[in-house]
Design a protein around this ligand. Structure first.
Ligand code: SF4
Length: 66
């Protein structure tokens, strides 16, 4: 089982916070204006990823098991 970062597009309001906090992991989709995972981080528990998760105003970012 692998842990992955997931952005729920139904929850994301496109505030641009997560790409600012962790531009290596997140980017804005210029078509939908929602955030998406640009590249899965080497460590989903890293401070930058966790900071993005807790900073999302609508709780759209989570860690999923695949
Ligand atoms: S912080 Fe949350 S609401 Fe803002 S762009 Fe990222 S996923 Fe979307």
């Amino acid at each position: 089982m692998t842990q992955k970062v997931y952005v729920d597009p139904d929850k994301c309001i496109g505030c641009n916070t997560c790409p600012l906090l962790d531009p290596e992991t997140f980017e804005m989709d210029t078509t939908t204006y929602k955030a998406k995972v640009k590249k899965q981080p080497a460590d989903v528990n890293s401070e930058t990823v966790q900071n993005a998760i807790t900073s999302c105003p609508v709780g759209a970012i989570s860690i999923i098991n695949e």
